[in-house]
Design a protein around this ligand. Sequence first.
Ligand code: ZN
Length: 455
Amino acid sequence: MLDLAIRNGFIVDVKNKKFIQGDVGIKDGIIQSVGTICTLAKTEINAQGMCVSPGFIDIHMHEEDFELTHGRTYDISERMALMGVTTAVAGNCGNNRQHPRELEKFVNHVGSPINYMSCIGNNFLRKQVGNIDPYAKSTKKQIEQMRIQLYEAVEEGAVGVSFGLEYCPGTDTNEAIEICKEIQGRDNLFLTFHYRKDAMNAPESLMEMVDISRNVDIPLQIAHISSLSAYGNMQKILNMLSEFREEGLDVMADAYPYAAFSSAIGSAVFDEGCFEAWGKSYDSILLTEEPYKGMLCSRDLFYKARKEYPKMIAVAMVMNEDEIVMALQHPLIMVGSDGLYRNHRGHPRGAGTFPRILGKYTREDKKLNFFDAINKMTLMPAQRIGIHSKGQIAEGFDADIVIFNKDTILDQATFEHPQKAPVGIQHVIVNGNLAVKNGEIISYKTGKYLKKTSK
Ligand SMILES: [Zn+2]
């Protein structure tokens, strides 16, 4: 007797880029068989006319902040599950919202609808060792302490080391290299970077990331490459990536499918010179809160809002759409949401990224081939992370599955309603159990905390 059988679906064979029409049989959280299955199951799902795909894997997101959710409620985990994500990597851009140990404890004791893994972040470690000024250099002693803590986190199963150089100008190249000394040469990890500077400074930022990766001999994953270089030099950056790859550097990147980012209007991102760097003007900035809700900036309004309401979330529609497409189409780029919420507010990418790839960029705009798109959201990140039991629907693989309608799947989250769930996703199965049934979360205990073990 099987635990679960999914009948009559179009099973996505990611490796061979084709559909297999038939059933999937699941027992003890593992896919037992694929094809025509006669064995009965405790739970039956009729997937007639639906795609049965490996669950989406989000290599780049930002986990719950337990200070805000009190370690009891959920913010982004729910959004992730509802858009078909079954495994997510936390602790990106250098910024763990709490120690990975805390996240592990939460998932094990309270539960999570999705599987979590985590990076250990440089900016987080700086605070742990008492360097709270992002502009200040770390002392020799602090670097040594960070090196030890980083090593411990990796030993405890962190999947990678993340840096947020733009947020932390005080971290120089040398600090980045020094804190990785204990883990030098490990090939079951990656270094992931939120670069130091974007737009016209992107090539220089890329060179620094490559330099650090080469120095410590660990693969390089560039975070949200669209916000690094979709301002006129994406082609150049992609060409550089391909060249480094040919020279033997293990480099890849992720991207989210939006031409806008969001940040507090008072933050350093909007400092003097930003419009020159982006090649855009004041009216590319949308204010999202009262008294200026829904207004595009003029020069006066921009400075007024910065001064009067520095914490107001502003949407910067400053990236070039054709360069977003260019990134998504590139063979070294996979999909990552960079989803980040604070009290249910933030960028819609945290609730819409994966359905948007399939709805807008694949079905409507025809910019991506369906199977290539699925690969960039399943098998490719699974291999990058090194979780070889995920990313495919095949015998022996983990039963992480999303069942969706290829003709209707689409994101619904907007900058006004950043957490609105997508349409077209019917069921989400995590470790063999239904986390989402008919578009509603039914269990918060289906996920596991996954550790990266050394080879
Ligand atoms: Zn980032």
